[in-house]
Design a protein around this ligand. Sequence first.
Ligand SMILES: *[C@@H]1O[C@H](CO)[C@@H](O)[C@H](O)[C@H]1NC(C)=O
Ligand SMILES: *[C@@H]1O[C@H](CO)[C@@H](O)[C@H](O)[C@H]1NC(C)=O
Ligand SMILES: *[C@@H]1O[C@H](CO)[C@@H](O)[C@H](O)[C@H]1NC(C)=O
Ligand SMILES: *[C@@H]1O[C@H](CO)[C@@H](O)[C@H](O)[C@H]1NC(C)=O
Ligand SMILES: *[C@@H]1O[C@H](CO)[C@@H](O)[C@H](O)[C@H]1NC(C)=O
Ligand SMILES: *[C@@H]1O[C@H](CO)[C@@H](O)[C@H](O)[C@H]1NC(C)=O
Ligand SMILES: *[C@@H]1O[C@H](CO)[C@@H](O)[C@H](O)[C@H]1NC(C)=O
Ligand SMILES: *[C@@H]1O[C@H](CO)[C@@H](O)[C@H](O)[C@H]1NC(C)=O
Length: 331
Amino acid sequence: MLSSPAAIGAALLTVLHLLVGSAVAGPLASPKRGLVYVPNNSTRQDDYIWTQQPSDLTWYYNYEASPSPVYSKISQSSFEFVPMLWGAPDNLSDTTFLKTVRSLVKDKGINISHVMAFNEPDGSMGAHGGSNIDPDKAAQVWVKNIIPLQEMNLRVGLPACTGAPSGLQWLKAFLDSCSKLVSTDGKTTNCTFDFVPIHWYGNFDGLASHLGEYSAEFPNKTMWVTEFNFDNQDLETTQAFYNMSTEYMDRLDSVGRYSLFGAFRSDVSNVGPNGAMLTAEGNLTDIGAWYLGRPATGVSPKPTSLALQIVAPQATVALGAIFATVSLLNF
Ligand SMILES: *[C@@H]1O[C@H](CO)[C@@H](O)[C@H](O)[C@H]1NC(C)=O
Ligand SMILES: *[C@@H]1O[C@H](CO)[C@@H](O)[C@H](O)[C@H]1NC(C)=O
Ligand SMILES: *[C@@H]1O[C@H](CO)[C@@H](O)[C@H](O)[C@H]1NC(C)=O
Ligand SMILES: *[C@@H]1O[C@H](CO)[C@@H](O)[C@H](O)[C@H]1NC(C)=O
Ligand SMILES: *[C@@H]1O[C@H](CO)[C@@H](O)[C@H](O)[C@H]1NC(C)=O
Ligand SMILES: *[C@@H]1O[C@H](CO)[C@@H](O)[C@H](O)[C@H]1NC(C)=O
Ligand SMILES: *[C@@H]1O[C@H](CO)[C@@H](O)[C@H](O)[C@H]1NC(C)=O
Ligand SMILES: *[C@@H]1O[C@H](CO)[C@@H](O)[C@H](O)[C@H]1NC(C)=O
């Protein structure tokens, strides 16, 4: 895992950053960090952990169009909510998403400045977490819901595909369909976007190469890594991945924002217990504390027996595969 020059370079930089950075700011503090909010109704007290100061987190998304009630009193300038059009409505002409976001801006006076569209449209539905949308249909929904928001000067992200090779293919087909919808006879127009959300489950080399591949495909676009983790690894491997990937993304200008998929308890984690930012009791783990820009807690995630021995493939791992593996072992 540490064999590539990029990985070694990143490791060295981590050390340098620690030596230089720790005297200045908190441990590896970063303005790019956000919360992927994955609430669990039986542990609502955990919701407050992410916004308690000191916290590095400057933005969040919840896979929905509207802010989560628990954070709705916090200003956009301190904790920016980013609406997401998760999947395609049954009626492809439906504009509920557009109306909801427009109303947040116009009626509620919420300064929404970014929106995201479609969660893992190239991934399957259900437990897999993907929205499984045909690129052509997604383009129709985009034209109805997203383009009018661009006309209001909101910045928009491309659909967030899985880390699998199907992702880029899906995006190309989507952009092609979208262009056909907005072009008129004799004049080709492309659908536009401001940033590219990406997902990654796997090791650091894989993340770095995935970012490289997307940068090559979308030159000069900012990337937001909106879900990532090295799932189902031992604690040291998970922490080493966390350290290297956050340091790397903090340093890369092409990465505008990132959000670790891990804001939940280790006993209900679908990325393995060590990837979770909270213990089964709801205390911050080392990674959880680091992510908020605080010193290590020294609290172990305490792997449960179930997830202890699951070894996922080291390359791209769809969340769905993890769900499926856990379910198979569990039931
Ligand atoms: C929510 O938390 C409870 C208690 O820890 C757990 O049993 C349940 O599986 C969790 N739900 C999800 C969707 O993770
Ligand atoms: C969680 O609670 C909220 C508010 O009480 C409710 O609307 C929602 O349906 C619940 N979600 C689940 C998965 O139980
Ligand atoms: C789909 O939505 C559009 C726009 O709201 C509406 O005009 C149309 O009647 C709807 N179609 C169906 C089948 O509901
Ligand atoms: C709204 O948010 C944008 C981007 O975060 C910021 O540049 C702008 O100043 C904000 N506007 C207001 C009125 O707060
Ligand atoms: C539209 O996008 C295609 C594919 O990326 C590109 O080849 C073409 O030059 C673009 N056209 C315009 C008018 O920007
Ligand atoms: C990317 O940005 C550089 C510097 O601003 C510019 O020279 C180059 O043409 C841009 N490339 C594309 C594909 O837009
Ligand atoms: C990760 O970084 C922390 C400091 O932020 C350091 O204490 C820890 O040893 C590092 N762990 C690994 C496995 O690199
Ligand atoms: C976990 O949190 C609880 C409640 O906040 C606290 O009483 C307890 O000491 C913490 N445990 C550890 C190991 O930090």
